[in-house]
Design a protein. Structure first.
Length: 149
């Protein structure tokens, strides 16, 4: 559905304004769809992002600040997200060898198992939500990268 129909606005001051509104609207729509998808697994979109970051580290532990710098949503409270994931036994705390005062975190086998399950399901989710071709996705990525400069 066109953005004009979605927000019931026929005119925009420019194509640039329309593009920005379209990006923002689509971003929120995608987040809502991801939230619905992840809800049965008991994790949020932000928690999923933390788990993916930690999985990318392999068996290496990293600091909460390092996690925060890599997150998609920079406004997330990474400390709170990490604690919730720890309570679910999806991640664990590790004392930093270089600085005993610092506590790092790493993903647990339970967290990896959940991510593996989600990865398989996410492929289906992505295909289900995709109304664009691989070529169009590549062009979109190039345009979005260009916007951020």
């Amino acid at each position: 559905m066109k953005i004009e129909e979605e927000i019931k606005q026929e005119k925009f001051s420019s194509e640039f304004q329309k593009a920005v509104i379209n990006i923002l609207y689509t971003s929120h729509w995608l987040e809502a769809e991801n939230t619905k998808f992840l809800k049965p697994y008991g994790i949020s979109v932000q928690q999923y992002n933390v788990l993916r970051i930690l999985k990318g580290q392999g068996s290496n532990a990293i600091s909460v600040n390092n996690i925060m710098s890599r997150m998609i949503d920079k406004m997330s409270n990474a400390s709170r997200l990490v604690e919730k994931l720890r309570q679910k036994e999806l991640i664990e705390r590790v004392v930093c060898e270089g600085d005993r005062r610092q506590v790092d975190v790493r993903i647990t086998s339970k967290g990896i198992k959940l991510l593996n399950t989600l990865s398989e399901k996410m492929i289906e989710f992505d295909k289900m939500k995709s109304n664009i071709t691989q070529k169009e996705a590549k062009a979109l990525n190039e345009i979005l990268d260009k916007i951020r400069g």
